[in-house]
Design a binder for this molecule. Structure first.
Ligand code: SF4
Length: 249
């Protein structure tokens, strides 16, 4: 479980991995006879070479703290969430404490993450449910998590994969964009994309695969300016090949 002592190492590691992602030699292109599963696995292997020690960027010490951090991360950077959560976790060390807090105090603490009124309402309602229904422990199943305020399938998969060791594929904006560009899906709906990816990859790889897509989305395949010409996945990527066709000296 990520702890404060590993954070500097994690940041340094992420910088090195981003540089490695740009200089690693291109992945071999699978033959046209290979099906979607083999393509997906070839992409997963290439991503694993680029980001071998991937991990979630949000800081937390237990499942409930990861729930709070994940809700706060909506429309906000992980860096900003990590700045805000130490004080939030220290001030309200249990679901019961957060449930009993004045709403305005929570809002003031999380204001820098944006949409702070809605987020404060969600996490306080979620805290109340965890305290009253689940004995103060965030539950560890998809069905139960979906009953906690602010939790949809994406957030539930983040929590299950990173706090409970239950594999899942959270489809955020990076995962959605990269899987479309890489030709792994034509769907737009995150839940449909999640189920398509689950069918393409072994269960044990789900959580790290989504982390690595996020790593690559941040380092190389950014939304507005993907750096296809220097991307190690170019040979495996229909969108990249299309955008670089005819490019060059
Ligand atoms: S080749 Fe381009 S579009 Fe494809 S994954 Fe790499 S950066 Fe993204």
């Amino acid at each position: 479980m990520p702890r404060a002592s590993g954070r500097k190492t994690a940041v340094a590691g992420a910088t090195k991995r981003a540089a490695a992602a740009r200089r690693t030699r291109p992945a071999a292109r699978p033959s046209g006879a290979q099906g979607p599963r083999l393509r997906a696995r070839a992409i997963a292997r290439a991503l694993k070479r680029l980001y071998p020690e991937t991990r979630i960027a949000l800081h937390f010490g237990d499942p409930f703290q990861l729930y709070l951090a994940t809700v706060l991360s909506a429309q906000c950077t992980d860096v900003m969430v990590n700045r805000v959560t130490p004080e939030l976790f220290a001030r309200y060390p249990s679901p019961a404490a957060l449930a009993a807090a004045p709403r305005e105090s929570i809002e003031a603490l999380i204001r820098p993450t944006g949409f702070f009124r809605n987020k404060a309402k969600s996490i306080q309602e979620g805290a109340r449910r965890v305290a009253e229904v689940y004995g103060g422990q965030l539950p560890g199943t998809m069905d139960e998590l979906l009953t906690v305020a602010g939790v949809g399938r994406k957030t539930a998969n983040v929590i299950l994969g990173n706090a409970f060791g239950v594999p899942g594929i959270p489809v955020d904006t990076h995962v959605q964009r990269l899987t479309q560009r890489l030709g792994l899906t034509r769907e737009q709906d995150p839940v449909k994309i999640e189920f398509e990816l689950m069918a393409l990859l072994p269960r044990r790889e789900w959580t790290d695969f989504s982390h690595r897509l996020i790593d690559h989305g941040r380092a190389v395949c950014q939304a507005r300016k993907p750096r296809c010409a220097e991307c190690a996945l170019l040979a495996l990527c229909p969108a990249g090949r299309k955008s670089t066709r005819g490019a060059g000296p």
